[in-house]
Write a protein of this length. Structure first.
Length: 155
């Protein structure tokens, strides 16, 4: 067993027995939650690098982790996962040597990026970016008509 979901209001514990689990109302889901407010394919749980992650699959009633709405995030041991209105506490052990996920590492992203004001750009040495030339700056001559239009737009 790779962990478990413990219902907060009581009930049967749900064992997490595979590294990727589909959660929803349909009978073919790995974890079947037979409630009308749970979408047919509500979310996906995935164990990556020793940590459980949850990802919303476009559900109607969404996900919350520790009371905050989210679409995808890491689940730390002891976190409360709310699927639609059904709350579970996730329990699992993080193995020694497992790196803290980027979303939980306070130094992994800049404050601007965390606030959604900046997009992370791959570094030159990251795959897919090697040898890619920087885009050329385009320049054009500014006319007095352009100045007039810009002044008019800014007023």
């Amino acid at each position: 067993m790779l962990g478990q979901l413990v219902p907060c209001g009581g009930g049967d514990v749900i064992p997490l027995q595979a590294k990727k689990l589909l959660v929803g109302r349909r009978s073919h889901c790995d974890i079947k939650l037979d409630f009308p407010n749970v979408s047919s394919h509500h979310c996906e749980l995935e164990l990556k690098d020793g940590y459980w992650f949850v990802r919303d699959l476009g559900s109607s009633n969404g996900l919350k982790v520790n009371g905050e709405r989210c679409t995808d995030t890491v689940l730390m041991p002891g976190d409360e996962l709310c699927i639609a209105k059904h709350s579970f506490k996730i329990e699992y052990e993080v193995h020694a040597g497992a790196d803290l996920p980027e979303s939980e590492n306070p130094f992994a992203r800049s404050l601007m990026e965390k606030a959604g004001l900046e997009v992370r750009r791959p570094k030159r040495d990251e795959p897919g970016e090697v040898g890619k030339p920087a885009p050329k700056k385009q320049t054009r001559r500014v006319s007095s008509e352009d100045d007039f239009i810009m002044d008019w737009l800014n007023d």
